[in-house]
Write a new protein. Structure first.
Length: 296
């Protein structure tokens, strides 16, 4: 089986920094590969995601941290490229870039960002990625002349410590085709945005976009993000993938579900969004669920 990646996510709550560090350390020490941090700058109780990620990278040693996903309309891509490269360099290559075209447009506009139509948002995302990658090519002069984003003769750099993956959190067919065309991965939105039954169509659109661009669809990393709880006992039908219902089941049920997804779908990454974020949930996922799925 192709190498699998496992992780958890946490919200950047201002009053929970010490606990978030504990969670990140538990994930790190438990052998998980990924730690996602939500990015909703317009939420008053939330810290700046990128500043918090720098703190978490400093407090961990091996886990990769990523925004889940960065809000491009509120983060100019040239500065986003600089921030991402900086975090990657300071952490020795442990930063990845989850990226979204935008959501909650009224909140974005209230915070000073532009409100875009869906087609405009996708065009802006494509241009933003072009700007970001141009700024990572250290030693070159970056020139991108887009409708929404541009750089005109900027000295590129610094280069990241490793080839940062750009993982889209795309939802609709056009966005997923764009993911297949230009992104390094797909961080599947949680089911409140994309019901589980839509996964197959999303994979098909990503595959089609990749083939249109002459890419191997298998080169686009797929990460399933699942909301739920690991329970002490089995829950009847608790891990059935239905609508946007949280998944609830025992360790064995979670192992069975994720093993089936790893075997029968393109997913190679699995990020748990605990209904209630606790160290116990993180440790169960890290020490019992993930090793059993890897060994399956």
């Amino acid at each position: 089986m192709t190498e699998l990646l496992f992780g958890v996510q946490a919200p950047p709550r201002a009053g929970a920094v010490e606990f978030t560090v504990e969670v990140a350390r538990a994930a790190d020490e438990g052998g998980l590969e990924l730690f996602g941090v939500q990015d909703h700058p317009y939420v008053g109780e939330f810290l700046d995601t990128f500043t918090l990620m720098g703190h978490l990278l400093d407090k961990t040693s091996r886990i990769r941290v990523f925004p889940d996903v960065a809000n491009l309309p509120l983060r100019p891509p040239a500065m986003l490229a600089k921030a991402a490269a900086t975090l990657d360099l300071l952490s020795g290559g442990r930063f990845e870039l989850g990226l979204g075209s935008g959501a909650a447009w009224h909140a974005v506009a209230a915070m000073g960002g532009g409100e875009l139509k869906p087609g405009e948002a996708l065009k802006a995302l494509e241009e933003g990625v072009e700007v970001i990658r141009a700024l990572w090519r250290a030693g070159e002069t970056a020139r991108v002349d887009g409708e929404f984003h541009h750089v005109r003769g900027v000295h590129a750099g610094p280069a990241p410590a490793h080839s940062i993956g750009i993982w889209f959190g795309s939802v609709g067919p056009r966005a997923n085709r764009l993911t297949g065309r230009i992104a390094d991965g797909w961080a599947a939105p949680i089911p409140s945005y994309l019901p589980y039954e839509s996964w197959a169509d999303a994979h098909a659109a990503i595959d089609a976009g990749a083939r249109e661009a002459g890419r191997d669809p298998g080169d686009v990393l797929r990460i399933a993000q699942v909301v739920g709880t690991i329970t002490p006992e089995n829950v009847a039908n608790g891990t059935d993938l239905v609508g946007d219902r949280p998944l609830r089941g025992s360790v064995d049920q979670w192992v069975t579900l994720l093993s089936e997804l790893a075997t029968n779908t393109p997913f190679r990454g699995f990020v748990l969004w605990p209904e209630t974020l606790t160290l116990d949930q993180v440790n169960l996922f890290a020490h019992e669920v993930a090793p059993a799925v890897r060994g399956g």
